[in-house]
Design a protein around this ligand. Structure first.
Ligand SMILES: [Zn+2]
Length: 241
C-alpha cells in the first residue's frame, strides 16, 4: 500500500461500523480526502481528539482501494480558544461546512487551504464576527463571483443603493431592489474587505454592522451554493441524457 503524508484541516467526521470513523479533510496538497480512522471510537485517545472538526493536523495516510486510512497524526496549529468558546466554534463550523460543500473529493486547493487555516487561526486569536464575512467574500472571489457593490446591477445607478442580491450579482437601488437590505456602512465595509483591507475593517467596524455583515455573508453563501447546486444539476442532466 502506498504511504503519504500531508497537512490537513478536519472538516467533519462520521461513524463507520462499531469502532471507526471516517474523517473528511481538506489537505494542503491532495485536496479533499476521506480517510478511515480505525478503532478511534473504542478509546478516548489523543489520536481521536486530533480528528475533531477544525483540527489542523499533519498526518500519515495509507492509500486504500476505496478509502485511505489515516494512521499517525500530530497537531500543527493549536487553537485553544476556538475549542473552548462556543461562539468561535460555531463560526468555525460555518466555514468548515462551506469548504466541504464547494469541494469535491480529490483535486487540489492550495489557495483554499491557506485561506481556511488562516481564517481559523484568526478566529482563535480574535473571535471577531467579521472573520466569517471576510472568509465568505474571499471564497466568492476564488470562485469568480465577486458581487458588484458600487453600482445598481439592474439600472446602473450609483446612489440610493439599499439592497444586495447575490443571485443578481450585487447591490440594487431603491426602485430595483430585491434580496436583502444593506446599509451604506455595511456596504462600505464589504467593499473594504474585498479590497483586501480586512485588518482595517476588523478594527473600525462597530458591533451592529459586524452582526449585519455576518448574517449577510451567510445569505450570500447560501445563494451562491444554491446556484452552484442548480448549475451542477443542469450539467448532470446533460450527462445522463
Ligand atoms: Zn436600480
Amino acid at each position: 500500500m502506498a504511504l503519504y503524508r500531508d497537512d490537513g484541516v478536519v472538516l467533519r467526521n462520521y461513524k463507520l461500523g462499531e469502532a471507526d470513523r471516517i474523517i473528511v479533510l481538506l489537505t494542503r496538497t491532495k485536496g479533499k480526502v476521506r480517510a478511515v480512522a480505525k478503532g478511534v471510537r473504542r478509546t478516548k485517545s489523543k489520536f481521536g481528539s486530533r480528528l475533531e472538526p477544525a483540527s489542523i493536523i499533519h498526518a500519515q495516510f495509507y492509500e486504500g482501494r476505496n478509502l485511505d486510512i489515516v494512521t499517525q497524526t500530530e497537531t500543527l496549529t493549536v487553537l485553544p480558544k476556538l475549542r473552548s468558546d462556543l461562539g468561535r466554534y460555531g463560526r468555525a463550523a460555518v466555514m468548515l461546512e462551506v469548504v466541504d460543500q464547494i469541494t469535491e473529493d480529490g483535486g487540489s486547493h492550495p489557495a483554499l487551504y491557506k485561506l481556511l487555516t488562516g481564517a481559523l487561526a484568526e478566529l482563535d486569536r480574535e473571535g471577531n464576527p467579521l472573520v466569517v464575512p471576510a472568509f465568505v467574500v474571499k471564497i466568492l472571489a476564488l470562485e469568480g463571483v465577486q458581487p458588484l457593490l458600487d453600482t445598481c446591477v439592474s439600472c446602473g445607478r450609483k446612489d440610493d443603493l439599499v439592497a444586495i442580491d447575490i443571485s443578481q450579482g450585487g447591490v440594487l437601488c431603491r426602485s430595483c431592489r430585491s434580496g436583502d437590505p444593506i446599509t451604506d456602512v455595511a456596504r462600505a465595509a464589504l467593499q473594504s474587505i474585498m479590497d483586501g483591507q480586512v485588518r482595517h475593517v476588523l478594527e473600525t467596524t462597530d458591533e451592529a454592522t459586524a452582526m449585519q455583515l455576518e448574517s449577510l455573508a451567510a445569505r450570500m453563501m447560501e445563494q451562491h451554493l444554491e446556484r452552484r447546486l442548480r448549475s451542477s444539476a443542469v450539467v448532470d442532466q446533460h450527462l445522463t441524457q
